[in-house]
Ligand binder design. Sequence first.
Ligand code: 3NM
Length: 221
Amino acid sequence: MARIAREEMKKRLAVYFIMGSQNSERPAVDVLKEALDGGVTLFQFREKGAGALQGAEKEALARQLQRLCRAHGVPLIVNDDVELAIAIDADGVHVGQDDEDARRVREKIGDKILGVSAHNVEEARAAIEAGADYIGVGPIYPTRSKEDANEAQGPEILRSLREQGIAIPIVAIGGITVDNAQAVIEAGADGVSVISAIASASEPKAVAAALAAAVQAARSR
Ligand code: 3NM
């Protein structure tokens, strides 16, 4: 398999749902199933924070979620656990600035998708150099889903990165909802990444569909 093409990556980032068992009071499998039915285009398994599963339990949940993703033709990315990604033959890995070095991750995962979190133009350039297929930029708006999140930067950070020549696919993250999704696409993101908008929704399917519609509408302007 070759590295994912830039245009395909951009398409896949449209509605990027991130979740671990800690993000919902309902079983993760049920939430993901509904989200996929609503039109999620990419999924990240992020088992992190208080109460997160470990070891065999973590791997078992990852495999369950992977079966659902495969049934929907949606790639599964593992957050910050290269060994797990390789063990289950996931479609990719996402690392933050404090996680394993992106260049080393690229060496370990071959052509799998590599996502890297970036907060400014220097980190964006370094991620591109290291072999990232996309960067995650945030938090755009205040978030309660990440304990060590930086201060919200607003959609202006996206505009600024594009103006400085950063052409890699970008997914915006942090506090994104159906109401502000269009604004971040218009500012330069290729897609929106959300935890709580979908994981805490009473109707994940409806929210995923509304996010997909908002991204589509903003893209076709
Ligand atoms: N990373 P919600 S913000 C996982 O800024 C994550 O890099 C962020 O959750 C970053 O959609 C974030 O509930 C949490 O705000 C996003």
